[in-house]
Design a protein around this ligand. Structure first.
Ligand code: MLT
Length: 328
C-alpha cells in the first residue's frame, strides 16, 4: 500500500511537471481542457453551479473548463462516467447530496463513491423550496397540506430520479405525510419546471438555484423553504417548521470528485482552483442572487469533503431504509 501511494505521488509530480527531488513547478497540469460532468439536465441547479465554476476555473487554470451533461438514473450515470475515467484530473464530477444517498437506494449500487471517487472539495450548500403549479388551489404550506390530505386526492410529485436531491426531499415528504402521491421522474429539475409551468406537475422540491427565478416572477408558487430560517430572497415564504412540517429540513451540498487514484498534486491543484473560483466576485454575486453562497475555503478541501461524504452516507442510510425506497 505504501509503495502504491509512493508510485502515485511520483506519477502526480511528473504530471504536474514537478521533479520529485527538485520541487520546481513547470505547470504541466492542466495541459488539456477539463470537463465538468453534470449528472443532470442542462439549465438545472447542478448545471447552473457548474457553469459559474467553469468560467472562473478557466480563468484560474488557463485551460477551458467546460460542462457536459451526462444524465440518467438519478445522476448515477454521470458519476459512473467519472469513476471509470482516467485518473488524470481531466474529468470532474459535480455531485450533490445524491452521491451520499445513492448507496442506500440501490440494491446493487451502480458505483461506490468511497472507493471509486476521490473528493476535491465542497462547493455550495443550496436551500430547497417546496413549490407547486401556479393554479394550485393553495397558497400556504398549511393549505397545501390540507389539499394533499383530501380524501381520494390525486397528486403528482416530480423529482430528478432515484438518488437525486429532489428525490430525497420528495421521499421525506411522502414518508412524513403518509398520503399517496404519484412520483414522476425526470432527468433533472430543469424539465420539471417546464412541465410544472404547463400545469402537468403539481408539486416538487427543488433547489433555489433553479426554482427561485420561477417563483419570483410568479410562474410557479413557493409553499415553504426547507431551511431553519426564512430565505432573504423569499421573506414572505415560511419555513417548513413554521408551516407545520418541522421534520422536512434539508439543504443540498455539492462537491467536486475525480476518479479514484488521481495523483494528490493534481487533486490539490484542482482544489486550489475551486477555492479561487469560490472567491471570484462573479461567482459570489450569482450565488447570492440564487439564495446561496460559496463554501468557506476550509470546507473546499478534499479532507472536509471526504468527512462530510462519509458522515452523510451514515446519516441517510437508516432514514432511507425506513422509507423503503429501493431500485434494483
Ligand atoms: C438538477 O441539476 O437537475 C438537480 O440537482 C437534480 C436533483 O438532484 O434534484
Amino acid at each position: 500500500m505504501r509503495q502504491h501511494r509512493a508510485v502515485l505521488a511520483i506519477a502526480g509530480l511528473l504530471l504536474l511537471g514537478l521533479q520529485p527531488q527538485s520541487g520546481h513547478a513547470q505547470g504541466r497540469f492542466p495541459d488539456r481542457p477539463i470537463t465538468i460532468i453534470v449528472p443532470f439536465a442542462a439549465g438545472g441547479p447542478t448545471d447552473v453551479v457548474a457553469r459559474q465554476l467553469g468560467e472562473a476555473m478557466t480563468r484560474d487554470l488557463g485551460v477551458s473548463v467546460v460542462s457536459e451533461n451526462v444524465t440518467g438514473a438519478g445522476g448515477t450515470l454521470g458519476a459512473q462516467r467519472v469513476a471509470a475515467s482516467r485518473p488524470d484530473g481531466s474529468n470532474l464530477l459535480l455531485g450533490n447530496i445524491g452521491v451520499a444517498t445513492a448507496p442506500s437506494l440501490f440494491r446493487r449500487p451502480p458505483y461506490d463513491p468511497l472507493t471509486q471517487l476521490d473528493t476535491v472539495g465542497l462547493i455550495t450548500p443550496v436551500p430547497m423550496i417546496l413549490v407547486g403549479r401556479s393554479d394550485l388551489p393553495a397558497n400556504t404550506l398549511p393549505e397545501l397540506l390540507a389539499w394533499l390530505r383530501r380524501p381520494n386526492a390525486e397528486v403528482n410529485i416530480a423529482h430528478a430520479g432515484l438518488g437525486s436531491a429532489s428525490h430525497l426531499c420528495a421521499t421525506l415528504l411522502r414518508s412524513i405525510l403518509q398520503t399517496p402521491m404519484t412520483a414522476v421522474a425526470f432527468r433533472g429539475t430543469a424539465p420539471v419546471m417546464t412541465e410544472m409551468m404547463a400545469g402537468r406537475i403539481d408539486i416538487t422540491c427543488d433547489q433555489t438555484t433553479n426554482a427561485l427565478p420561477y417563483v419570483q416572477d410568479g410562474r410557479i408558487k413557493a409553499f415553504a423553504a426547507t431551511t431553519a430560517e426564512r430565505l432573504a430572497a423569499l421573506p414572505n415564504v415560511s419555513t417548513t417548521a413554521e408551516g407545520g412540517l418541522p421534520q422536512l429540513q434539508v439543504t443540498i451540498w455539492h462537491g467536486f470528485y475525480v476518479a479514484h487514484g488521481t495523483p494528490r498534486p493534481i487533486i490539490d491543484r484542482l482544489s486550489q482552483s475551486l477555492r479561487a473560483a469560490l472567491a471570484d466576485p462573479a461567482v459570489v454575486n450569482r450565488f447570492r442572487e440564487l439564495a446561496t453562497a460559496p463554501e468557506p475555503p476550509e470546507r473546499a478541501t478534499p479532507e472536509a469533503h471526504r468527512a462530510l461524504l462519509e458522515s452523510e452516507i451514515t446519516r441517510w442510510k437508516p432514514i432511507l431504509t425506513a422509507a423503503g425506497e429501493y431500485a434494483d
